[in-house]
Design a protein around this ligand. Structure first.
Ligand code: KDG
Ligand code: MG
Length: 408
């Protein structure tokens, strides 16, 4: 089953997506998401210039061999651009394999380990009370788990609080990529640490103990500050505190761990098992957030999950709207089949994106299912995609009140 065509499709139905489409001599095609938010064209060029020539003529069934051929064959290992490009190829090959055998991808991954996949939505508001009301709307809409992010008094814009969309509408996407040059936001650790415990006290007071609550610190604290936050949030029993510190230094998590039992999730920026090896093996985290598109595809993500399973770490795949429906579909097949699944992030895409990428996955009652279509169950309408050309976009940057550049 030789690959005879490999196409890199860049489109922007509201935000930029890079998609790899591989076609075999039998006319079967498979898709892989290759979107790296704010650096999209680097991956498109990596695929087009360096991987496409290697793919033509290869046997599409040799998924494992192709993964190692592209990883070890590059000599230069890892990094988000390389691993996103490899992920796209790997995902497309699993899609082809499923279609060729007439089964959904999750059946190739060992079959379903659960009936459906619990997801969390994003609640947010300009202040604590608005955010409490937003969480309540998600609960009323059937969500079992909700991430809560509130505006911070004294700061004009805060991570996780939408600007472009109505802040509290269930089902609306939070779209942080901004077309044009990066916007700058301001940050104060003191104001943030004062607000977040108050937010969760109010949410628990209004909504009780049943709903799973999550919060994303978005890499902004030091280990000691994160330890303080985790400790102050303990009475509110969070499902997780996400990305408390930048994770380049895996050792930082020891300090946080020593001080708090609030569960820790990390890894949406990870591109390989080596980014989280120590975190997992030393049980410094509870959830690993790596997902298909940025962590080398289903083949490599399964390796991460299997290592994690040995150390009581569960999965919590990144699922923001800058990951295309192709990634969402692949993540759902992974989630349904992997034993140590924890939760899946879910933000619905806008209508244009859903029309460009028709898909079989569904949401009901706070959970998702990848559907029973052969392969991933997602396609691309290339003619429609062509009507949404690429537009340069960047993620925001973040500065402290005195102007010092900080992590966004
Ligand atoms: O591209 C970056 C976004 O995907 C990220 O900022 C979203 O942190 C995020 C999350 O948890 O969804
Ligand atoms: Mg995050």
């Amino acid at each position: 089953m030789k690959i005879v065509d490999a196409k890199v499709i860049v489109c922007s139905p509201g935000r930029n997506f890079v998609t790899l489409k591989l076609t075999t001599e039998d006319g079967v095609h498979g898709l892989g998401d290759a979107t790296l938010n704010g650096r999209e064209l680097a991956v498109a060029a990596y695929l087009q210039e360096h991987l496409v020539p290697l793919l033509i003529g290869r046997d599409a069934r040799r998924i494992e061999d192709t993964w190692h051929y592209l990883y070890k064959g590059a000599y230069w290992r890892g990094g988000p651009v390389t691993m996103t490009a490899i992920a796209a190829v790997d995902t497309a090959l699993w899609d082809i394999q499923g279609k060729a055998l007439g089964v959904p991808v999750y059946q190739l991954l060992g079959g379903r380990a659960r009936d459906s996949v619990m997801v969390y939505g994003h609640a947010h508001g300009d202040d604590v009370e608005e955010t409490v009301a937003s969480v309540a709307r998600f609960v009323a809409a059937g969500y079992k788990a909700v991430r809560a992010q509130s505006g911070i008094p004294g700061l004009a814009a805060t991570y996780g609080v939408a600007v472009a969309h109505s802040a509290t509408t269930v089902g609306k996407s939070y779209e942080p990529a901004v077309r044009g040059l990066p916007v700058e936001s301001l940050w104060s650790t003191e104001k943030y640490l004062e607000t977040v415990p108050r937010l969760f006290a109010r949410v628990r007071q209004e909504l009780g103990a049943d709903v799973h609550l999550l919060h994303d610190v978005h890499h902004r604290l030091t280990p000691n500050e994160a330890a303080r936050l985790g400790k102050e949030l303990e009475p509110y029993h969070l499902f997780w505190m996400e990305d408390p510190v930048p994770a380049e230094s895996q050792e930082s998590f020891r300090l946080i761990r020593r001080h708090t039992t609030t569960p820790i999730a990390v890894g949406e920026v990870f591109s390989s098992i080596y980014d989280c090896q120590q975190l997992i093996q030393e049980q410094l985290i509870d959830y690993v957030r790596a997902t298909v598109v940025h962590a080398g595809g289903l083949t490599h993500l399964r390796r991460i999950a299997h290592l994690a399973e040995l150390h009581h770490v569960r999965t919590g795949c990144h699922g923001a709207t800058d990951l295309s429906p192709v990634c969402m579909a692949a993540a759902l097949h992974f989630d349904l089949s992997v034993h140590n699944f924890g939760i899946q992030e879910y933000l619905p895409h806008n209508d244009d994106t859903d029309r460009v990428f028709p898909h079989a996955y569904t949401f009901a009652d706070g959970a998702m299912h990848p559907g029973e279509a052969p392969g991933l169950g997602v396609d691309i309408d290339e003619a429609l995609a062509a009507t949404f050309p690429y537009q340069r976009a960047y993620l925001p940057v973040n500065r402290k009140l005195d102007g010092t550049l900080h992590s966004w």
